[in-house]
Design a protein around this ligand. Structure first.
Ligand SMILES: *Cc1c(COP(=O)(O)O)cnc(C)c1O
Length: 379
């Protein structure tokens, strides 16, 4: 029987989404029209902040955040090595120095280790809400207040998540969300910068729009800017998805709940914490006795059974150019490396069926139950 690949991620595109994009195409206004501001307003309202600036990617939003906040060389910014590369690269784009602090059991930055990493050059904390789970923003806010530091929130994986009174995207002096096709909602490529500070919003908008100020004419450029603008088609897709955002979160939580059910009692897997509002990916972690080689062997076997999976994440400090530039080596951030060696992101998307979840879970349990390097070989 030829089995069908279960993809790692898949965007849900409804008829309403298609119609929304088609309407923009038919209007002839593909950039600089009314849909981008409408999407910005919807996202600002959803995240509970007054200002939102749409961008052509999450990385662009992070770059504008760093630049608008005036973060530059030789300043240091405390951040996590357990993330997608963009959360540290955005600092390098402005020649600021990422200072990594290891993670804790939530996979987010370990706030108890931040104090020790602060020097007289430290200017900001850039924390990531990993896998849709907010960092401990209460602790980070306390630390930032005490040391006079700026906060940048990379909420690119956490749209819809909540910490205390606020949603993800509302904790940083500037926060960023993203809309790549594997995110909770998508615009194909896209991102958004969120802030409560009007001046920062203006600067960020100008940076994303070739350095123009809002009432400048087309050929007046007040600062070094970029073209990070979102198109009207992207915004139409995002706005259309935004209209059913609660339904999207509900169904993603259902998919996660099916996984939790299937894996209950599986003693060699650590499951993600169930108390999550916003699910970005579904990442399991092999028990401590298993190794990175076990993980890689399991992933290979999953792929052989048409189940896509990925090691989430390769630690940033071990990326080739970070090793080369900064001299990082294995052992520098042991918790991050221990986790990164053992994680597997399983197929996870809004339209995933219970049958698909069962298929993935059963296959993984069958594969993982085979003897691994940690256990004695069968007689
Ligand atoms: C997705 C993501 C981004 C942004 O990625 P883009 O592809 O540029 O939209 C940034 N940080 C993290 C942690 C992410 O997961």
């Amino acid at each position: 029987m030829a089995s069908v690949v279960i993809p790692l991620a898949k965007p849900e595109i409804t008829e309403a989404d298609e119609l929304a994009v088609l309407q923009v195409l038919q209007s002839g206004i593909l950039s600089g029209g009314p849909v981008v501001p409408a999407f910005e307003e919807a996202m600002a309202h959803y995240c509970g902040v007054p200002y939102a600036v749409a961008m052509n990617s999450g990385t662009s939003a992070l770059h504008c955040a760093v630049k608008a906040l005036g973060i530059a060389a030789p300043q240091e910014v405390i951040t996590t090595p357990f993330s997608f590369i963009a959360s540290a690269n955005c600092l390098l784009m402005e020649q600021a120095v990422p200072v990594f602090v290891d993670i804790d059991s939530t996979y987010n930055i370990d706030c108890d280790q931040i104090d020790a990493a602060i020097t007289r050059h430290t200017t900001a904390i850039l924390a990531v809400d990993v896998f849709g789970r907010c960092a401990d923003w209460t602790a980070i806010t306390t630390l930032a207040d005490r040391h006079g530091l700026t906060m940048v929130e990379d909420a690119c994986e956490a749209l819809g998540a909540q910490h205390g009174e606020r949603k993800a995207g509302a904790w940083g002096d500037i926060s960023c969300v993203a809309f790549y096709p594997n995110k909770q909602i998508t615009t194909g490529e896209g991102g958004m910068l969120l802030t409560s500070d009007e001046a920062l919003a203006h600067t960020a908008r100008s940076l994303s729009n070739q350095g123009r100020d809002e009432d400048d004419d087309w050929f007046t450029h007040r600062r070094l800017g970029y073209n990070y603008r979102m198109t009207e088609m992207q915004a139409a897709l995002g706005l259309s998805q935004c209209r059913r955002i609660d339904d999207i979160f509900r169904r993603r939580a259902q998919v996660a709940a099916w996984y939790q059910e299937c894996f209950a009692g599986c003693d060699w897997l650590h499951l993600p914490a169930p108390d999550q509002r916003s699910w970005f990916v579904y990442v399991v972690r092999l028990c401590d006795e298993m190794t990175g080689e076990d993980r890689d062997r399991i992933m290979k076997a999953l792929r052989a059974e048409q189940i896509e999976c990925r090691a989430y994440f390769t630690p940033i400090h071990l990326q080739p150019f970070y090793r080369h530039e900064f001299g990082y080596k294995p052992g520098d951030f042991p918790i991050t490396e221990h986790v990164a060696d053992r994680t597997i992101a399983l197929p996870f998307f809004t339209t995933m069926t219970q049958q698909q979840v069962r298929c993935v879970a059963e296959t993984l349990q069958r594969i993982g139950a085979r003897p691994m390097s940690h256990s004695a070989p069968h007689p």
